[in-house]
Design a protein around this ligand. Structure first.
Ligand code: TYD
Length: 208
Protein backbone atom coordinates (compact mmCIF):
# COMPACT_ATOMS: atom_id res chain seq x y z
CA UNK A 1 0.00 0.00 0.00
CA UNK A 2 1.31 3.47 -0.89
CA UNK A 3 1.21 5.85 2.03
CA UNK A 4 1.84 9.54 1.82
CA UNK A 5 4.25 11.57 3.90
CA UNK A 6 3.47 13.82 6.81
CA UNK A 7 5.49 17.03 7.34
CA UNK A 8 4.90 19.58 10.11
CA UNK A 9 6.20 23.13 10.45
CA UNK A 10 6.86 24.34 13.98
CA UNK A 11 8.29 27.38 15.72
CA UNK A 12 7.22 30.50 17.56
CA UNK A 13 4.85 33.12 16.19
CA UNK A 14 5.78 35.02 13.06
CA UNK A 15 8.67 32.73 12.01
CA UNK A 16 7.24 32.25 8.51
CA UNK A 17 5.67 28.79 8.96
CA UNK A 18 2.54 29.48 6.90
CA UNK A 19 4.50 30.94 3.98
CA UNK A 20 6.94 28.02 3.96
CA UNK A 21 4.15 25.44 4.23
CA UNK A 22 2.47 26.99 1.17
CA UNK A 23 5.74 27.07 -0.81
CA UNK A 24 6.44 23.43 0.06
CA UNK A 25 3.00 22.32 -1.08
CA UNK A 26 3.37 24.22 -4.36
CA UNK A 27 6.77 22.58 -4.98
CA UNK A 28 5.48 19.09 -4.17
CA UNK A 29 2.44 19.56 -6.40
CA UNK A 30 4.74 20.66 -9.22
CA UNK A 31 6.39 17.23 -8.81
CA UNK A 32 3.04 15.51 -9.15
CA UNK A 33 2.32 14.80 -5.47
CA UNK A 34 -1.23 15.19 -4.21
CA UNK A 35 -0.98 17.42 -1.14
CA UNK A 36 -3.17 18.47 1.75
CA UNK A 37 -2.21 21.78 3.35
CA UNK A 38 -3.60 22.00 6.84
CA UNK A 39 -3.05 23.64 10.21
CA UNK A 40 -3.39 23.22 13.96
CA UNK A 41 -5.38 23.91 15.88
CA UNK A 42 -7.82 23.25 13.03
CA UNK A 43 -7.94 21.43 9.73
CA UNK A 44 -11.40 19.89 10.15
CA UNK A 45 -14.74 21.56 10.96
CA UNK A 46 -14.66 20.22 14.54
CA UNK A 47 -11.05 21.22 15.15
CA UNK A 48 -11.66 24.66 13.63
CA UNK A 49 -14.54 25.14 16.11
CA UNK A 50 -12.19 24.19 18.96
CA UNK A 51 -9.59 26.60 17.52
CA UNK A 52 -12.03 29.46 17.95
CA UNK A 53 -12.58 28.46 21.61
CA UNK A 54 -8.82 28.35 22.19
CA UNK A 55 -7.80 31.58 20.50
CA UNK A 56 -10.84 33.59 21.64
CA UNK A 57 -11.86 31.96 24.93
CA UNK A 58 -15.17 32.85 26.51
CA UNK A 59 -15.15 34.30 30.02
CA UNK A 60 -11.86 34.52 31.86
CA UNK A 61 -10.00 32.03 29.67
CA UNK A 62 -8.96 28.38 30.06
CA UNK A 63 -7.01 26.81 32.88
CA UNK A 64 -3.71 25.32 31.62
CA UNK A 65 -5.02 21.74 31.86
CA UNK A 66 -8.20 22.61 29.97
CA UNK A 67 -6.17 24.36 27.28
CA UNK A 68 -3.99 21.25 26.82
CA UNK A 69 -7.07 19.02 26.62
CA UNK A 70 -8.69 21.25 24.00
CA UNK A 71 -5.55 21.23 21.83
CA UNK A 72 -5.37 17.44 22.17
CA UNK A 73 -9.08 17.12 21.32
CA UNK A 74 -8.67 19.30 18.22
CA UNK A 75 -5.66 17.20 17.18
CA UNK A 76 -7.55 13.92 17.68
CA UNK A 77 -10.25 15.08 15.27
CA UNK A 78 -7.66 16.40 12.80
CA UNK A 79 -5.62 13.19 12.84
CA UNK A 80 -8.60 10.83 12.75
CA UNK A 81 -10.62 12.62 10.10
CA UNK A 82 -8.04 14.26 7.87
CA UNK A 83 -4.38 13.33 8.43
CA UNK A 84 -4.67 9.54 8.61
CA UNK A 85 -7.23 9.14 5.81
CA UNK A 86 -5.17 11.42 3.54
CA UNK A 87 -1.94 9.50 4.19
CA UNK A 88 -3.79 6.23 3.57
CA UNK A 89 -4.74 7.54 0.11
CA UNK A 90 -1.07 8.25 -0.60
CA UNK A 91 -1.41 12.02 -0.22
CA UNK A 92 1.23 14.26 1.34
CA UNK A 93 0.06 16.16 4.40
CA UNK A 94 1.76 19.45 5.30
CA UNK A 95 0.63 20.91 8.61
CA UNK A 96 1.27 24.39 9.99
CA UNK A 97 1.94 23.26 13.64
CA UNK A 98 1.30 19.88 15.27
CA UNK A 99 2.11 18.01 18.51
CA UNK A 100 5.40 19.78 19.25
CA UNK A 101 3.48 23.06 19.61
CA UNK A 102 1.55 21.48 22.50
CA UNK A 103 4.82 20.22 24.01
CA UNK A 104 6.36 23.71 23.74
CA UNK A 105 3.39 26.02 24.54
CA UNK A 106 1.56 23.89 27.12
CA UNK A 107 4.07 21.26 28.29
CA UNK A 108 7.11 23.55 28.63
CA UNK A 109 5.94 27.18 28.73
CA UNK A 110 2.83 26.47 30.87
CA UNK A 111 4.81 23.88 32.83
CA UNK A 112 2.32 21.01 32.44
CA UNK A 113 5.23 18.70 31.61
CA UNK A 114 6.11 16.70 28.53
CA UNK A 115 4.75 13.42 29.94
CA UNK A 116 1.22 14.82 30.29
CA UNK A 117 1.19 16.17 26.72
CA UNK A 118 2.53 12.92 25.30
CA UNK A 119 -0.05 10.92 27.27
CA UNK A 120 -2.89 13.03 25.87
CA UNK A 121 -1.45 12.56 22.38
CA UNK A 122 -1.14 8.85 22.87
CA UNK A 123 -4.81 8.61 23.89
CA UNK A 124 -6.22 11.12 21.40
CA UNK A 125 -4.15 10.48 18.29
CA UNK A 126 -2.47 7.10 18.91
CA UNK A 127 0.81 8.98 19.32
CA UNK A 128 1.06 9.66 15.60
CA UNK A 129 4.19 11.63 14.63
CA UNK A 130 5.15 13.37 11.38
CA UNK A 131 7.84 11.87 9.13
CA UNK A 132 9.66 15.20 9.40
CA UNK A 133 9.21 18.29 11.57
CA UNK A 134 10.74 21.55 10.37
CA UNK A 135 11.42 24.07 13.15
CA UNK A 136 11.76 27.64 11.89
CA UNK A 137 13.62 29.90 14.30
CA UNK A 138 13.49 33.69 14.57
CA UNK A 139 14.93 36.37 16.84
CA UNK A 140 12.36 37.53 19.40
CA UNK A 141 12.87 41.24 18.56
CA UNK A 142 12.28 40.67 14.84
CA UNK A 143 9.26 38.50 15.62
CA UNK A 144 7.67 41.21 17.79
CA UNK A 145 8.05 43.61 14.86
CA UNK A 146 6.49 41.19 12.35
CA UNK A 147 3.62 40.37 14.70
CA UNK A 148 2.84 44.01 15.36
CA UNK A 149 2.54 44.37 11.56
CA UNK A 150 0.46 41.20 11.19
CA UNK A 151 -1.85 41.42 14.21
CA UNK A 152 -1.88 45.20 14.70
CA UNK A 153 -2.27 44.85 18.47
CA UNK A 154 -5.14 42.33 18.11
CA UNK A 155 -3.19 39.22 19.16
CA UNK A 156 -5.14 36.10 20.20
CA UNK A 157 -5.18 34.62 23.71
CA UNK A 158 -1.94 32.69 23.22
CA UNK A 159 -0.02 34.92 20.80
CA UNK A 160 -0.66 37.81 23.21
CA UNK A 161 1.21 36.19 26.14
CA UNK A 162 4.32 37.98 27.41
CA UNK A 163 7.84 37.85 25.99
CA UNK A 164 9.09 35.50 28.74
CA UNK A 165 6.42 32.95 27.77
CA UNK A 166 7.41 33.10 24.10
CA UNK A 167 11.10 32.81 25.05
CA UNK A 168 10.29 29.56 26.92
CA UNK A 169 8.43 28.30 23.82
CA UNK A 170 11.40 29.07 21.54
CA UNK A 171 13.87 27.41 23.91
CA UNK A 172 11.66 24.32 24.10
CA UNK A 173 11.60 23.86 20.29
CA UNK A 174 15.40 24.09 20.23
CA UNK A 175 15.64 21.46 22.99
CA UNK A 176 13.21 19.09 21.26
CA UNK A 177 15.16 19.28 18.00
CA UNK A 178 18.48 18.65 19.75
CA UNK A 179 17.02 15.63 21.56
CA UNK A 180 15.63 13.98 18.40
CA UNK A 181 17.83 15.03 15.47
CA UNK A 182 16.37 12.32 13.20
CA UNK A 183 12.84 13.65 13.53
CA UNK A 184 13.60 17.39 13.28
CA UNK A 185 15.39 19.84 11.05
CA UNK A 186 16.03 23.37 12.36
CA UNK A 187 16.17 26.22 9.84
CA UNK A 188 16.82 29.91 10.46
CA UNK A 189 13.47 31.45 9.51
CA UNK A 190 15.03 34.87 9.11
CA UNK A 191 16.99 34.14 5.96
CA UNK A 192 15.17 35.30 2.85
CA UNK A 193 12.05 33.36 1.91
CA UNK A 194 13.62 31.57 -1.08
CA UNK A 195 16.72 30.54 0.87
CA UNK A 196 14.55 29.06 3.63
CA UNK A 197 12.47 27.25 1.01
CA UNK A 198 15.62 25.73 -0.55
CA UNK A 199 16.68 24.44 2.88
CA UNK A 200 13.22 22.97 3.42
CA UNK A 201 13.37 21.22 0.02
CA UNK A 202 16.80 19.74 0.86
CA UNK A 203 15.37 18.32 4.08
CA UNK A 204 12.26 16.95 2.36
CA UNK A 205 14.25 15.34 -0.45
CA UNK A 206 15.02 12.30 1.75
CA UNK A 207 11.26 11.55 1.92
CA UNK A 208 10.63 11.70 -1.83
P1 TYD B 1 -1.84 30.66 14.73
O1 TYD B 1 -2.32 32.03 14.39
O2 TYD B 1 -2.25 29.55 13.86
O3 TYD B 1 -0.28 30.55 14.90
P2 TYD B 1 0.85 31.49 14.30
O4 TYD B 1 0.93 32.67 15.21
O5 TYD B 1 2.07 30.65 14.34
O6 TYD B 1 0.45 31.85 12.90
O7 TYD B 1 -2.34 30.42 16.22
C1 TYD B 1 -2.17 29.27 16.86
C2 TYD B 1 -1.75 29.60 18.28
O8 TYD B 1 -1.98 28.45 19.09
C3 TYD B 1 -0.29 29.96 18.42
O9 TYD B 1 -0.15 30.99 19.40
C4 TYD B 1 0.34 28.71 18.97
C5 TYD B 1 -0.78 28.10 19.76
N1 TYD B 1 -0.73 26.64 19.91
C6 TYD B 1 -0.54 26.08 21.17
O10 TYD B 1 -0.41 26.81 22.16
N2 TYD B 1 -0.55 24.72 21.30
C7 TYD B 1 -0.74 23.88 20.23
O11 TYD B 1 -0.73 22.64 20.39
C8 TYD B 1 -0.92 24.47 18.93
C9 TYD B 1 -1.14 23.59 17.73
C10 TYD B 1 -0.92 25.85 18.83
Amino acid sequence: MVTGRFIAFEGGEGAGKSTQAQLLVAALEARGKVCVLTREPGGTPGAEAIRELLLHPPGEGWLPQTEALLFAAARADHVGRLVRPSLAKGHWVVSDRYLDSSRAYQGAALELGDRAIRDLHSFGSTGMLPDLTVVLTAEPARVAERLARRDGGAADAIGGRDAAYHARVAAAFTRFAAAEPDRFVVIDGESDVDAVHQRVMQAVEQLC
